[in-house]
Design a protein around this ligand. Structure first.
Ligand code: AMP
Ligand code: MG
Length: 404
């Protein structure tokens, strides 16, 4: 049994980027840019109004005040998308909408809220500075400027920024294809009514969601019965087609837990098969040529925990991402928790902040078969391996998971 940091180091040694691919803009979410992005345009491409108001010449307003109200002749309306050829002369104004191009001759916009209208005249009560409420040509970015650096993660804001620059696809680091093999004779489809001895195959859904949330590719190989030869064929097929293979269940020491034996038989290199964490101890990591294999425990909470702790950072690394590690902070236990010495424990709890202090509340049994506890939790408490039973009032590090 090795500790989690050693396990991660052993895995990281086996990971490398998989090259570059071009992705449609929206499909690049959560990926990492493999190229510097330069602007092909000046943004904005013309001086434009940042407010609904009136385009004017600022020097028409130098003597304007509440006592000395100025009158300008309104010549027309410019809405967003219009382009007018007319040149504004002294004494004139154009009504202008947000985003519309500033007409030639105008050098300021006065907000609609600050003026009054008398027939076709605009009444101005104050002096307006040059460039007031104008977004200048090329103010955001100029042609040839570096817009987004290589190795940046593409978040929704980058999708918008790339769209504004006219990029409909971008070069990103390839994500691994992750094959999923779900083992267990007790499993039935989630739409089935469960008979005695059966359970619904929730792990396939958890795994698909976890892989998809990283925007890696899923290759689902479905449920395989606890039959060694069938499973062996599926494992070989997965290793041929995917970069990473994840199996669910059958990885422990039971009579029908064949995954490790199969890995040995096909000549895979088993790096470790037990990690000192709870939930999730019986987790195997192996390599087969360039391919990575994770045999995750079938217990639903163990499966998600081992994915989060071991598989997620692996996928992120391959995709060129910084490993996302949410910050740990001290949390005061509000309940007692019965735990065992010898493994690092991740206790799923509700973390609440009261008067600036974080507290951890029990939300259910920590049995690794219970997904409901995990679903009720918004965080974990990390109890080091030296500790067993812990009591209300004691302080351990915790962090938020999935949600706050
Ligand atoms: P195993 O790791 O195969 O010994 O399975 C451990 C526990 O996890 C058993 O209670 C299984 O019924 C449960 N389990 C295994 N596979 C799944 C699955 N795909 N979905 C939900 N629970 C599962
Ligand atoms: Mg099983």
């Amino acid at each position: 049994m090795i500790n989690i940091d050693n396990a991660l180091n052993m895995i990281y040694k086996e990971t490398k980027k998989l090259g570059i691919e071009n992705k449609d803009l929206l499909c690049s979410i959560n990926r990492v840019l493999a190229e510097d992005i330069y602007s092909k345009d000046n943004l904005p491409p013309f001086d434009k109004s940042s407010k609904d108001g009136y385009a004017i010449k600022s020097n028409d307003t130098y003597s304007c005040s509440k006592e000395n109200i100025c009158e300008l002749k309104i010549k027309g309306v410019i809405k967003a998308g219009d382009f007018i050829k007319d040149t504004l002369k002294n004494g004139e104004a154009y009504k202008i909408m947000t985003g519309a191009p500033i007409p030639k001759g105008a050098d300021a916009v006065i907000k609609i809220e600050d003026v009054q209208i008398k027939e076709d005249k605009l009444l101005v009560f104050e002096q307006i500075d040059e460039n007031n409420n104008i977004i200048k040509f090329g103010e955001e970015i100029k042609i040839g400027d570096l817009a987004i650096k290589k190795d940046s993660v593409i978040r929704p804001v980058e999708i918008g920024a790339l769209a504004s620059l006219g990029y409909s696809n971008v070069g990103v680091y390839k994500a691994p294809t992750v094959a999923l093999i779900i083992t267990g004779d007790e499993l039935v489809d989630i739409t089935s009514t469960i008979e005695m001895g059966q359970i619904r195959n929730s792990n396939e859904y958890s795994l698909k969601a976890l892989v998809k949330s990283l925007n890696a590719e899923v290759l689902s190989l479905g449920i395989v019965s606890d039959d060694k030869e069938t499973l062996k064929e599926k494992i070989k097929y997965g290793l041929e087609k995917a970069d990473i293979v994840i199996s669910s269940g059958g990885a422990s020491v039971g009579d029908y837990d064949f995954v490790k034996d199969i890995l040995k038989e096909i000549g895979a290199d088993i790096k470790f098969s037990s990690v000192a964490i709870k939930p999730g101890k019986p987790v195997t990591f192996a390599t087969f040529k360039e391919k990575l294999f994770f045999a995750l425990p079938g217990n639903p909470s163990s499966l998600i925990t081992t994915f989060e702790k071991l598989v997620k950072p692996t996928i992120e690394k391959i995709m060129g991402k910084e490993i996302s590690n949410s910050e740990e902070f001290p949390v005061v236990l509000k309940d007692d928790f019965q735990e065992e010495v010898g493994r690092e424990k991740y206790v799923y709890v509700e973390i609440k902040k009261t008067n600036g202090i974080y507290y951890a509340y029990k939300v259910g049994s920590q049995c690794s078969n219970h997904l409901m506890t995990m679903s009720r939790a918004n965080g974990i408490i990390i109890i080091p391996k030296e500790f067993g039973n812990v009591k209300a009032g004691e302080v351990f590090n915790g962090k938020f998971i999935f949600r706050k």
